[in-house]
Design a protein around this ligand. Structure first.
Ligand code: ADP
Ligand code: MG
Length: 720
């Protein structure tokens, strides 16, 4: 008899066990039994292809008629088109980037295909259907005869391990399974009316009643949520036990000097978050805090105040920014806000003063050498930089606080690389303007404390957003350029953002929604000259993009900030953090090529001064297309939390959890952070209670947790 821990080879034989190991990394019976069906085919409910209607959920029995795959020209990837027929009609099946399925879907072979009927170019089709091929020489009845129930489970599978084969193996494993101890405490199961682990596994692999299967699935999802929350909470409490140097508020220091100079009053939100941070910094355990706040909510000042607190204690602070443009801007802002307080080391400087140093990859050798020396000696209290900060040659005198701006642009590895430059664990503050729903925060950043800035500084202007659908209303584009002239004639400035640098170079390799040929996309280096000699003749226009040297970028940003440029034509290099209050109009070309959060970030560049902001989303996408719906959503609200939901709903789970978690997928097979919000909330509460009681009374749960910790030690989310 087998247990969850039994080796697969003992139950399935070496060859099959190896196939599972190679394909999914499974080694034990428990691993295999947690390989869940994606869906179920209903036996005996087959449709005729000729009778299919768009929108139907259909299962058909059909023969492969033809199969062909082709590469996309403009982007990476392949498209496999398979035509099947059931004698009544033909139907096309499409698969993106799954060319390997061609081996599965041999011409002449028969199978069951299931999915939602869609249409493309007026032809009915199934995109990414689930299917179960019938092995050669078998007829349908004997192929499905192995399945006792009404429902045939369809598993994530491959040519080597087709779904029916997986089903057989799972059957074997289930029958050979001895008594299993349930890791979830009985009272928790009872409270939620959940089945035992064995019942749940039987129900999900051999459904005979879909309602019961649903409950089984919920219970198994809960298992994942609970273990994940236990893991994160445990980490959090372990972090709390680490030692750090306390850096409490010091009256009469730089921070006080800074507050006295500050040209505005902090918002109530800024005050309370600053207070939370001050409390953290004053403790002898490392701060581990995420600050999320709307675009423009004033996170920078909070970060600077935290930095000054540690500098007042003789420590150094490092701020990591995602782009050179942003790092340079932070450096300018800090130097300006600090004034004489940042003249440290200079003759006649104030008694309490420090120096703010910039470090980026493209500085010349002399500047870099000087910066490195100041960082090493400790003369630089505050160091602002890009990835260059992570380089080995950067040594700190006493790194006390690490601040990561625009956290979503960085991986955990980078944060850790910077933290490792301190001799004793530094305090950590990560900031993001991409707000995330609470449960996502709990899942992805479950071991961080979260502060949220909801309000914008007083007097912040409204931003109105309109679509410019150029296909339907070409004259709107002329109107757009007139609008630019109007803004400029009122002394304001304009951002114009395009997806590409030139016809063949884009800023990011990873445009999220890039489809089809690119040559039609607006490019900075084409649109600039065209407007300069045409619609915007006479205005001062300058380009800005990632291919320019940092000197050119720097000069351009300085000139734009000083008002010497009317229209800045750029790529998304200005997406994050750029702050020029006199800019009032943001125009985004081919807006449909950008993600929701990205558009929201871009739009947040205007409305920062005394005049309202206007954002125009120029698009060629047709009315009613998904792209248009996304743009309409962006136009309809400026609530970043609402938009981040829309954004997240359109992404796959792996994207939500981040690449660093992809390795953990094997442990999160059912859990979906948005769909399972309610479940995650419950799991969090239960996990907190369990940790509070101590896990000692729940040895099975403790063992499961230890196993998870061990499994994930190298691969799992370490967001710390
Ligand atoms: P974000 O949170 O997007 O990083 P910033 O920190 O760049 O926002 O702040 C946006 C702008 O608001 C900056 O020009 C900043 O100087 C200004 N600002 C910040 N706090 C206040 C405040 N309390 N009152 C007025 N303006 C503020
Ligand atoms: Mg910012």
């Amino acid at each position: 008899m087998a247990t969850f821990d039994s080796k697969l080879s003992g139950v399935l034989g070496d060859k099959t066990a190896k196939a599972f190991k190679d394909l999914f990394g499974y080694t034990t019976v428990g691993d295999l039994l947690h390989h869940f069906p994606r869906r179920y085919l209903v036996r005996g409910e087959l449709s005729d292809i000729a009778a299919l209607q768009e929108g139907d959920e259909a299962t058909i029995l059909a023969k492969v008629y033809s199969a062909s795959s082709r590469r996309f020209q403009a982007r990476k990837g392949t498209m496999l088109e398979v035509v099947v027929t059931d004698g009544t009609a033909k139907l096309s099946l499409t698969f993106f980037n799954q060319a390997w399925r061609e081996k599965d879907l041999k011409v002449g072979s028969q199978g069951l295909f299931a999915g939602k009927v869609g249409s493309f170019n007026g032809k009915k089709q199934l995109a990414h259907p689930d299917y179960e091929m019938i092995p050669d020489g078998n007829d349908v009845d004997s192929a499905v005869a192995g399945f006792a129930g009404l429902y045939i489970p369809l598993y994530p599978s491959s040519a080597k391990l087709p779904s029916w084969k997986i089903a057989q193996c799972i059957d074997l494993a289930l029958t050979s399974l001895d008594h299993v101890d349930d890791p979830i405490p009985e009272e928790l199961l009872r409270k939620n009316n959940y089945p035992t682990i064995r019942q749940a596994l039987e129900q999900i692999h051999h459904p005979n009643d879909l309602d019961a299967t649903e409950i089984a699935r919920e219970r198994l999802t809960f298992d994942e949520a609970l273990l994940l929350q236990l893991l994160l909470l445990k980490r959090k409490s372990e972090l709390k036990k680490l030692d750090a140097v306390a850096r409490p508020y010091k009256p009469g220091g730089l921070l006080d000097g800074f507050d006295a100079r500050l040209p505005f009053e902090l918002t109530a939100g800024q005050k309370s978050v600053s207070q939370e941070i001050a409390t953290d910094l004053g403790a002898s355990h490392p701060m581990h805090r995420l600050l999320q706040g709307e675009v423009g909510s004033g996170k920078t000042v909070i970060a600077l105040r935290a930095a000054l607190t540690v500098i007042d204690n003789g420590g150094q602070a490092a701020l990591l920014a995602p782009t050179e443009v942003l790092a340079a801007q932070h450096h300018r802002t800090f130097t300006k806000l600090l004034g004489e307080l940042a003249q440290g080391g200079m003759l006649g400087s104030a008694d309490t003063s420090t120096s703010v140093v910039l470090l980026t990859g493209s500085q010349n050798a002399a500047t870099r050498k000087d910066a490195l020396a100041q960082i090493k000696s400790g003369a630089a209290g505050l160091v602002v930089g890009t990835h260059a900060l992570l380089s080995e040659s950067v040594e700190f005198n006493e790194l006390a606080l690490v601040i990561v701006d625009e956290q979503h642009r960085f991986g955990v590895e980078q944060r850790d690389a910077l933290k490792s430059k301190a001799s004793i664990t530094p305090h950590l503050l990560v900031m993001t303007a991409t707000p995330i729903p609470r449960t996502v925060a709990m899942t992805v950043f479950g071991d961080l404390d979260v502060s949220t800035l909801r309000e914008l500084p007083l007097g912040r202007q409204v931003i109105t957003t309109h679509l410019v659908p150029v296909e339907e209303k070409p004259h709107f584009l002329e109107r757009t350029w007139e609008r630019v002239r109007e803004e400029v004639s009122q002394g304001h400035q304009v951002y114009l953002v395009a997806p590409r640098i030139s016809a063949d170079i884009s800023e990011d390799a990873d445009f999220e929604f890039l489809e089809g040929t690119d040559s039609s996309l607006t490019a900075v280096e084409e649109l600039g000259p065209e407007l300069q000699s045409g619609a915007l003749n006479g205005l001062r226009i300058a380009p800005l993009h990632g291919r320019q040297s940092s000197d050119v970028k720097d000069e351009t940003m300085k000139a734009f900030t000083a008002g010497d440029i009317d229209v800045l034509i750029s790529t998304t290099v200005i997406e994050v953090g750029v702050d020029v209050p006199n800019a009032t109009l943001m125009i985004i070309m081919d807006a449909d090529r950008f993600g929701v959060s990205q558009l929201h970030q871009l739009r947040g560049r205007v409305g920062r001064g005394t005049s309202p902001g206007l954002c125009l989303l120029v698009t060629k996408s047709p009315a009613d297309s998904p792209a248009r719906q996304r743009l309409d959503a962006v136009a309809s609200t400026t609530d970043g939390f609402e938009l981040s939901r829309i954004d997240l709903e359109q992404r796959r789970e792996g994207d939500v959890l981040g690449t660093s978690q992809s390795g953990s997928r094997s442990h999160l097979r059912l859990l979906r952070v948005l769909r399972d919000e309610a479940l995650i909330e419950v799991a969090r509460t239960e996990a907190e209670a369990l940790i509070e009681q101590g896990l000692n009374n729940h040895s099975l749960l403790e063992t499961a947790l230890q196993k998870l910790e061990l499994d994930t030690a190298t691969e799992f989310i370490d967001k710390s």
